[in-house]
Design a protein around this ligand. Structure first.
Ligand code: GLY
Length: 371
């Protein structure tokens, strides 16, 4: 089973593919269409240790030299110094305007590699090989690239269209549990803002072993998410309006990540808590969301942070510092109803504090559940 999407952007269209064991054929087709005697590969160090030989040999089988740069694990690689190091590697090893850069890894490697491709020689061809669930359903689609600055996350970057995205679920076999959770939260986000059926499909995550035996369901689910994201970014590539819906739960999540530190709270945990808070805030500002479709996924999440370590004032302060804030009051993606996202500015801070209390009680409940 395999799905293929043509995604339009201001600078041309690109193809995104998802399937099992599609990497070899897809790379063959990409390099047949645009032959190259040399390609560059930026590859996450974990992915390199599990799949490096396979990826490099597959690229070499298209009769090209492969120059490989390993990207150390962690957010630290999405930095100005590592962007310079990777760019230097390309420039010192003969990159030309038509030399493709293949980028294999999760969100960090993808964002960094995309920015290297966008900036080297004012732009070279980019092929994303997302190897995490999050990268497959979210970060590899839509052309956002960038690195962090010491004043904040993702503050330096560019919109840059990839040539192709190849999402092969064979790479998910070695994915650690926290990475499945990171992907799941983004998948549930698509359920909340766009497609109720995703909540049913995502029940495969409630089973002990997600990938084995569920390949087709997983591929279909990833494809649904890519389709939703593609529809949104085609209508609003540069986030003038509806692309912001993809940030459902993320205003709360970014504040949690900032307050707790990225090691104490994963992105997926923060986004799940953020969606619970956003659902509560939706109801406090006039919506009537009955049955919380996120409920059945609660047992999948466990947290290393306790409610006692957090306070609503400080978390709200972090929200104010968000780079996407365009006015004095904080603007949220809320739900008029499930699958009906809306952008709302909330002026009454007490409502925001109450939404934080939903997060605190979830942390308490989950702690009790695991004692
Ligand atoms: N991850 C949100 C976006 O790509 O806009």
């Amino acid at each position: 089973m395999q799905h293929s999407f043509e995604i339009n952007s201001a600078s041309g269209s690109y193809n995104a593919m998802v399937g099992a064991d599609i990497f070899g054929d897809s790379v063959g087709r990409i390099l047949e269409k645009k032959p190259a005697d040399k390609v560059f590969l930026l590859i996450d160090e974990n992915v390199e240790s599990h799949h490096g030989d396979y990826i490099i040999n597959t690229l070499k089988s298209s009769h090209c030299d492969v120059e490989v740069k390993i990207v150390p694990q962690g957010e630290g690689s999405k930095s100005v110094p590592f962007w310079e190091e990777a760019s230097t590697f390309l420039l010192e090893n003969g990159v030309r305007r038509n030399t493709p850069l293949f980028v294999a890894g999760g969100g960090v490697t993808g964002d960094l590699g995309g920015f290297v491709a966008a900036t080297t020689l004012r732009g070279i061809p980019l092929v994303h090989i997302p190897t995490t669930l999050l990268a497959m359903v979210d970060s590899s689609i839509g052309g956002k690239t960038g690195i962090n600055h010491h004043t904040g996350k993702n503050l330096i970057g560019a919109f840059y269209r990839p040539d192709s995205v190849v999402a092969d679920i064979r790479f998910l076999d070695t994915l650690p549990r926290n990475e499945w959770i990171n992907g799941l939260s983004e998948i549930l986000k698509y359920g909340a803002i766009s497609d109720n059926a995703i909540f049913d499909d995502a029940e495969i995550f409630l089973q002990a072993d997600i990938s084995s035996g569920n390949a087709d369901t997983l591929i279909n689910l990833i494809a649904k998410c890519i389709r939703i994201k593609a529809d949104i970014v085609q209508k609003d590539e540069f986030e003038g309006n509806i692309r912001a819906f993809l940030n459902f739960g993320h205003t709360f999540a970014h504040a949690l990540e900032k307050e707790c530190g990225f090691n104490a709270m994963s992105h997926g945990e923060a986004v799940f808590l953020g969606m619970l808070a956003a659902a509560r805030l939706s109801n406090q500002t006039g919506s009537k969301l009955h049955e919380n479709r996120l409920d059945k996924f609660r047992p999948l999440y466990s947290y290393r942070v306790t409610a006692e370590e957090l306070n609503a004032e400080s978390l709200t302060h972090h929200m104010r510092a968000d780079k996407k804030r365009i006015e004095n009051h904080i603007r949220f993606v809320l739900l008029d109803d499930w699958q009906h996202p809306v952008l709302k500015t909330v002026k009454d801070e007490e409502l925001i504090y109450q939404a934080w209390r939903t997060v605190f009680s979830e942390l308490q409940n989950r702690q009790k559940a695991t004692i």
